[in-house]
Design a protein around this ligand. Structure first.
Ligand code: XIL
Length: 329
């Protein structure tokens, strides 16, 4: 069964005092979140710097609230994320002793995954572990060998730590489906092929890897990833589930802030095209948009001059993209 999800805003660098955590303060936000979605993903609330800010200090309140909300509303949860180079507190970066770093990662995974055992449908165990092709080193693991930001776990412990992370997560919650997740892998390209090869290797080693996920942060200045379905299918053929986990479709904001109907239609077609690809692949079981309202979207804060990437305007009015998704389902 396909679940339709959204990121739950909160804890992001782009949310400031003027925009308090909508999950806590915005009734309309909570109503729509409960009514329109069957899956939720904490946008930041399970990331290291949020949930494990200091050695031995775990801050579960916000993540607990999301998991409780989901349960109360009959929704499933996507856990995000465990092995990632970003939003990782300085104290973790500072650990140089490999044995200590390994123990810290193991404790983190077992503590966080264990806390929500049985209540999380899918976990993004490893996030963005390959660097981009356009980085000087080409597509390769973030092992510190290229100009891309290194993943300190992979750089200091070697690539075998990826398999260990999956094993530890599986021990802590044998029911959760464990995923690799990344951006710029929607098309059949060198980065998605690197993942395909890694996935095959992990499966051959008997590692509990259950799925490959496509973030799908798309941008209308680039062509639609027309090979998405074919690309998803090759992971499906390996026996893996697939998922769309962070879909949004940004564009450069017009000077007057008012996009043309053509632009909104193109955005709607893009949302629809991604959903169609997922619907066409048998084990694509989870389709998640990265926020449902422009007011709380991460896009304007991260991509200067871009925005309006979600399916609803700031006042919750629905865009053509919202209706396009509904018609497709
Ligand atoms: C983003 C959040 O949306 C922001 O609130 C935060 O400030 C930075 O991270 N890929 C991912 C997500 O896997 O975790 C990122 O989320 C977006 C890119």
């Amino acid at each position: 069964d396909l679940v339709i999800g959204t990121a739950v805003a909160g804890g992001g660098h782009h949310l400031n005092a003027d925009y308090p955590d909508p999950f806590t303060y915005d009734d309309k936000y909570r109503k729509i979140l409960a009514a329109e979605f069957s899956s939720v993903s904490p946008e930041n609330q399970m990331k290291w710097d949020f949930i494990h800010p200091e050695p031995g200090v775990y801050n579960f309140a916000a993540a607990d609230a999301i998991v409780d909300f989901a349960e109360a509303n009959g929704q499933v949860v996507r856990g995000h994320t465990l092995l990632w180079h970003s939003q990782l507190p300085a104290w973790v970066h500072e650990i140089e002793d490999p044995a200590e770093l390994r123990a810290v990662l193991k404790d983190h995974i077992q503590t966080v995954v264990g806390r929500y055992a049985g209540r999380i449908q899918q976990w993004d165990v490893a996030n963005e572990i390959f660097a981009d092709e356009w980085d000087r080193g080409g597509v390769r693991l973030r092992d510190g060998s290229s100009a891309a930001t290194a993943n300190p776990f992979i750089a200091k412990l070697g690539p075998g730590i990826i398999a260990d992370a999956f094993r530890w997560a599986h021990e802590a919650d044998p029911e959760a489906k464990l995923f690799l997740n990344d951006y710029a892998v929607e098309d059949w390209n060198t980065k998605s092929t690197a993942y395909y090869n890694l996935a095959k290797e992990l499966l051959a080693q008997g590692v509990p890897l259950h799925g490959f996920a496509f973030q799908a942060h798309l941008d209308l200045q680039y062509d639609f990833p027309t090979s998405l379905q074919r690309n998803m299918q090759r992971f499906d053929d390996l026996g893996l589930e697939t998922a769309i986990t962070e879909l949004d479709v940004r564009f450069e904001l017009p000077a007057d802030g008012v996009p043309t109907p053509e632009l909104l239609q193109e955005q709607a077609d893009t949302y629809q095209g991604v959903l169609e690809a997922c619907l066409a692949v048998e084990e694509c079981n989870s389709f998640t948009i990265w926020g449902f309202n422009d007011k709380y979207s991460w896009v304007p804060g991260f991509f200067t001059g871009f925005g309006e990437a979600t399916v609803m305007w700031e006042d919750y009015e629905r865009k053509p993209a919202y209706y396009a998704l509904h018609e497709t389902l």
